[in-house]
Every structure is written in C-alpha cells, then in structure tokens.
Design a protein around this ligand. Sequence first.
Ligand SMILES: Nc1ncnc2c1ncn2[C@@H]1O[C@H](COP(=O)(O)OP(=O)(O)OP(=O)(O)O)[C@@H](O)[C@H]1O
Length: 232
Amino acid sequence: MLSLTKLYSGYASTPVLRNITLSLAAGEIIAIVGRNGAGKTTLLKTIMGLLPVQAGKIMLDGKDITLLPAHQRVNCGFGYVPQGHQVFPTLSVREHLLIGQHSKVARTRQIEWLFDLFPMLYEKQNDRADQLSGGQQQQLAIACALISNPRILLLDEPLNGIQLSLLPKLVETLKQVNQNFCTAIILVEQDLDLVLALTQQTYILVKGELVDRFDTKSIQLNNTLLHKYLSL
Ligand SMILES: Nc1ncnc2c1ncn2[C@@H]1O[C@H](COP(=O)(O)OP(=O)(O)OP(=O)(O)O)[C@@H](O)[C@H]1O
C-alpha cells in the first residue's frame, strides 16, 4: 500500500534521513525505534508531507505522492498524531471533533463513533482542552486524527508525558481501530511496552538510516540489540 524508496529528507541546513526504504501493507502495524535525534519524527513528518523529500520516492497504492502537500495527504488517507498531544487549549472537546468533521476530507466519521471509542471524550465533550489531563489530551489528539477515517495512522510517541496506566487502554483502542477498519499504523515510540503490545515489525533507525528490521516479538529477548540501539 505505502512504500518509501531510497528516501532522503531533513531540514534546510540539516540533512537527516538517508536512503530510507520501507513498505507498509494495508492493516500492518510497524514501529520505528531509535535513540533521541535518530530522525524518527523527521520520518513521520516527511511521510505526512510536512517536510520536503530531497531525493527518493513515496508511493501510495501505486501512485507517486512524493510531492503531494500535507492537506492532500489527509484526503489520501493519512492521519497524523504529532508528538506532545497537540490540541487547541481554548477549544472544547466537541469543537475539536467538529472541526475535523467539517473539513473537506471525504471520508469523515461520526462523532458518536469516536465517543464510543473514547467514552472519556463523551463525558468531557464540553470541557476545554486545557482542562484535560495529558493523557486525556492525547486521546483527543488521536480522536482528531481518526475522524478523517485514515487508512494509515502516524503516531509520534503517543505515550510521551502520559501515565503508563493508560497503556492498556491505548493499546486496546488502537487494536480495535486496526482490526475493525484495517487501519495501518506507523508508531514511533521509545517505550518498548507499547511497541511490544501493538506492533508486528520493528524497524531500527540509527542516525537517519534504517539499519535493521525484526519481528517485534523477537526483540524483547534480544538484550544486545536493545542495548546497542535503544540504550535499554
Ligand atoms: N526544525 C529543525 N531544524 C533543524 N534540525 C532539526 C529540526 N528538528 C529536528 N532537527 C534535527 O534533526 C535530527 C533528527 O531529529 P528528530 O526529531 O527527527 O529525531 P527523533 O528520533 O524523533 O528524536 P526524539 O526521540 O528526541 O524525538 C536531530 O539532529 C535534530 O536536532
């Protein structure tokens, strides 16, 4: 479904990603792991069209989308949850979801569907986002990405700054979305518990290059690997 071929990307003065080749099938869930500064966020931003590709290709369903701007990628089925549970502080929960629902994206979901998936958002639908806890804001950010009914969900460290007790709920919700709608997920995460609970394949990013790929189940027992690439 999605393939990156020999991709180079980065910032004006800082090349970051080098020679990235990766493919993702419909409904597949993969993790990208690596130390701080390895380029994980840069990779998600490049896939989302928020950073220009310097060389290489991004294909979706056989169509070249390398130059497609970010807002059109949403229409193609990408949903993006950036790092740091980014929400609009003064808007209510319901207003967040209404903005997504009234966007020009063709495949928007009903807000009630999201309330079923995240009952907390139903209870707090009239609260302002800045009245929510970090974990609740993160659930709102994920719900906002899901409202466009994405085929590929890009998640940047969703556990960062939230209580670990939320992990089982987050895993259950994401698995439900994956199984019911065949939504593929690319997860960038430093927390190995989430990687192990959710993903099938794990790619290792080192200094902007993908150096290896493993069945996620196999990495738990591989102390050498964890120590070498993840400082664990
Ligand atoms: N806006 C920017 N301008 C220039 N360089 C940047 C910018 N943002 C990030 N970088 C650099 O790009 C490199 C990769 O950063 P990136 O945020 O993609 O890494 P990461 O693996 O996501 O790290 P972390 O786990 O800390 O979030 C780093 O060297 C970083 O300093």
